[in-house]
Design a protein around this ligand. Sequence first.
Ligand SMILES: [Mg+2]
Length: 185
Amino acid sequence: MDWLFKTDYFIPDDYQKTVYDIDYAKLRDQGVKLLLIDLDNTLISYDETEPSDKIFKLFDDLRKLGFKSMIISNNHKKRVSHFASALEVPFLASAKKPLKLGFKKVQAMNPDIEKHEICVIGDQFMTDVLGAKRMRYRVIVVNAIKRKAEKWFTRINRKLEKRVLLRMKKRNHSIYQQLNLDEKR
Ligand SMILES: [Mg+2]
């Protein structure tokens, strides 16, 4: 559990308000080929089930830019597969982020992709950021779409996230400021 105390495991490479604010062309130019995108509160809130037109367009644009995309979620298969199959993107449900197991499965599914070509996108420090950094992937954190419908274990993660952010503000102040993390919701 020593990773819980490693500050650098919680420092994302970028922070943007939403998935639509990310500069994907820049990411591609930096060599990223595979995007591992979280579902809940990153793409849709817990009380939604369907991808919106905006999400369809986003995934279309990502395809056109040459990315492979995958939905990687800790939620159950029924919810994740319903959403991912509508978009026609591969997925991994019950991914158990921040554990390495799910990410290792994803890498086995994409043997042509190397670690430095992978970028995780998600809304939680305790699952998405920590999981990605333990794997030495790039990670972009976004605001949670709607915090109200979060379950008890996510609420615990949010409490931990708050502490992680406070610690980063103290110990890694320049990165914290540079990434604008005061705005993270
Ligand atoms: Mg999430």
